[in-house]
Design a protein around this ligand. Structure first.
Ligand code: PBG
Length: 327
């Protein structure tokens, strides 16, 4: 009888050995919690397509951020849902706009415990729902949008955001915003560039979360799902323009892009496990078709293994608590 010369199973023989040789680990500080704050409501509203996720009032937002800090997550990413919208997204750079007010409220309280971050994009603030302003022919005007982003960046930094998440996918946005921040004295404000953001179906539940007004799609600015090289190129350009961190989004369906971006740049690479990825696991778990906790942990570990240094996930607090309990 001949025996196998290679026995990789030796490394899997017991929980203790498996734990000792595990290559990839997640820690709470690598998780970032996205949070929605909505103007003009007196109680949190659950998002029906994202069970467990809410549009917050200012008060419930404060509590949610404190809870995230307590759980040890690395940061929170704030999204605003304004009561009134217009063509240019005036609420975005108004210091009294909901996102800036909320940022100021939480940054003052927990700014030392975790990194308070803000979404920098116009889609929540425009009445047409696009991420930029529109040209007379109805197309999204890249350079006109950059001026709006620059104003928004300064307003968010002034409100106390430590890290701006540039999610609009306009060309040149990183360079323009970096220049504007520096000129205004905000040289320490971090820029996270959503470098490789793909147009697709997985943002569906988020659009409910922010009451998106969008008709049509974002295919003239977000990436085509078939294009991996183009995603890497976007990340390289954003790093050259001065991004401190680059992001791949969504995460699960784009792990190949994530791995290639990780290899192509020498700055942190993050991934956004988006609303649709959340809702799919929640829906399957609610039907008893999948082990919820195991599926969540596996999805996060896979994103980390592919190369993400940190992950934006709606499960950040829950996952952080599990990770702490396992230590
Ligand atoms: C744009 C933005 C979107 C998301 C984050 N920032 C929506 C979009 O591009 O349509 C989606 C996040 C998610 O689906 O969880 N401001």
């Amino acid at each position: 009888m001949s025996f196998p010369t290679h026995r990789p199973r030796r490394l899997r023989q017991s929980p203790a050995v498996r734990r000792l040789v595990r290559e990839t680990h997640l820690v709470p500080s690598q998780l970032v919690l996205p949070l929605f704050v909505r103007e003009g409501i007196d109680a949190p509203v659950e998002i029906s397509s994202m069970p467990g996720v809410h549009q917050h009032t200012l008060d419930s937002l404060r509590r949610a951020v404190a809870e995230a800090a307590e759980a040890g997550v690395g940061g929170v990413m704030l999204f605003g849902v304004p009561a009134v919208r217009d063509a240019v997204g005036s609420g975005a750079d108004d210091p009294d706009g909901i996102l800036n007010v909320a940022t100021a409220a939480v940054a003052a309280e927990v700014g030392d415990a975790l990194v308070v971050q803000t979404d920098l994009c116009l889609d929540e603030f425009t009445d047409h729902g696009h991420c930029g302003v529109l040209a007379p022919d109805g197309s999204v005007d890249n350079d006109g949008t950059l001026e709006r982003y620059a104003a928004m960046a300064v307003a968010q930094a002034q409100a106390g955001s430590a890290l701006l998440g540039l999610s609009g996918m306009m060309d040149g946005q990183v360079a323009v915003i970096r220049g504007e921040l520096d000129a205004a004295g905000f040289t320490d404000t971090l820029i996270l560039a959503y470098a490789a953001k793909y147009a697709g179906a997985f943002y569906g539940p988020f659009r409910e979360a922010v009451d998106s007004q969008l008709k049509g799609d974002r295919r003239t600015y977000q990436l085509d799902p078939g294009n991996g090289r183009e995603g890497v190129k976007e990340a390289v350009i954003d790093a050259e323009e001065g991004a401190d961190i680059v992001m791949v989004k969504p995460a699960g369906p784009y792990l190949d892009v994530l791995a290639e971006v990780r290899a192509a740049v020498d700055i942190p690479v993050w991934a956004y496990q988006v609303s649709g990825e959340y809702s799919m696991i929640e829906a399957a778990a609610a039907n008893g078709w999948i082990d919820r906790r195991a599926a969540i942990q596996e999805s996060l570990l896979g994103i980390r293994r592919a190369g993400a240094d940190a992950i934006l996930t709606y499960w950040a607090v829950e996952a952080a608590r599990w990770l702490r309990a396992e230590l």
